[in-house]
Design a protein around this ligand. Structure first.
Ligand code: NI
Length: 262
């Protein structure tokens, strides 16, 4: 089985003690690629460094909506500079989070628009975080995102939004949330999504799936997400791994990229 964890935060300090072990367990679980995603400028820099030092690892650079109030013209310049590195395959994560509202909404929208424009200029796919902001996310995507490819990660919005995103050409990234017993409605969305639009991810260190719920998450656990997705799609897990890995490699232009190795 060959899996692709399309959304991990391997630069976070929670992996400082045992990052090599985490990567080893990922390989043993069949993970061949990981996209490690920057959350702010420092995190994006670390993501790039990690990817440059680890075969099979690629990076995304961006500013999370939580920190959108830090977005300045310098941020855009720095992201643009980082995006020129070979290992950077996406812009993000960016988007809107009206659940936590850690940054004022107006600033979240501005930072989101700027990063979408940057992605279009750099011809990179985008990784979008959207929480409690369905209409605003779609509106801004429609205004700024013509021709952009990308994914709404850790998908947990409505089935209506899922349909509209797929119509727009976007992928949906599913995490360990789909394994939670009470979230049958989310599994329903997985089963209704065209398999070619599905990506698997961990969003580690967050979102640990059953049976690891409550623990620190890591890329190896993407296999549990794959198993649940396979049940939803009524396909063998090997087939789902193959399909979703191909989807991710195509979206992030990793077809000829290195793989995690011993
Ligand atoms: Ni994330």
């Amino acid at each position: 089985m060959e899996l692709f964890d399309t959304h991990a935060h391997l630069d976070f300090t929670r992996f400082d003690q045992d990052r090599d072990e985490v990567l080893k367990r990922a390989r043993e679980a069949g993970v061949i690629n990981i996209l490690t995603v920057g959350a702010d400028i420092n995190s994006s820099r670390r993501a790039v460094e990690l990817a440059e030092g680890t075969p099979g690892l690629a990076a995304a650079v961006g500013l999370h909506p939580h920190d959108a109030s830090d977005f300045t013209p310098d941020t855009a310049r720095e992201l643009k500079k980082l995006a020129g590195r070979e290992v950077v395959k996406a812009l993000g994560e960016t988007g809107l989070d009206f659940y936590y509202d850690n940054s004022p909404r107006e600033q979240q929208e501005q930072a989101f628009r700027s990063q979408l424009r940057l992605a279009a200029r750099l011809e990179l796919p985008v990784i979008i975080h959207s929480r409690e902001a369905e209409e605003e996310t779609l509106k801004i995507l429609q205004e700024e995102g013509a021709g952009l490819a990308g994914v709404v990660h850790c998908y947990s919005s409505s089935s209506g939004m899922a349909k509209r995103l797929v119509e727009f050409g976007f992928h949906l990234g599913f995490t360990g949330l789909i394994t939670f017993r009470k979230l049958g409605w989310l599994r329903e969305i997985v089963s209704q999504t065209p398999p070619e639009k599905i990506l698997l991810e961990t969003d580690c260190p967050y979102m640990a799936p059953e049976p690891k719920r409550g623990k620190r998450n890591e890329p190896a656990y993407v296999k549990y997400v794959a198993e649940t997705a396979a049940n939803c799609l009524n396909l063998p897990v090997e087939k789902v791994a193959e399909l979703t890995t191909a989807n991710g490699q195509q979206l992030f232009a990793l077809e000829d990229y290195s793989r995690l190795e011993d």
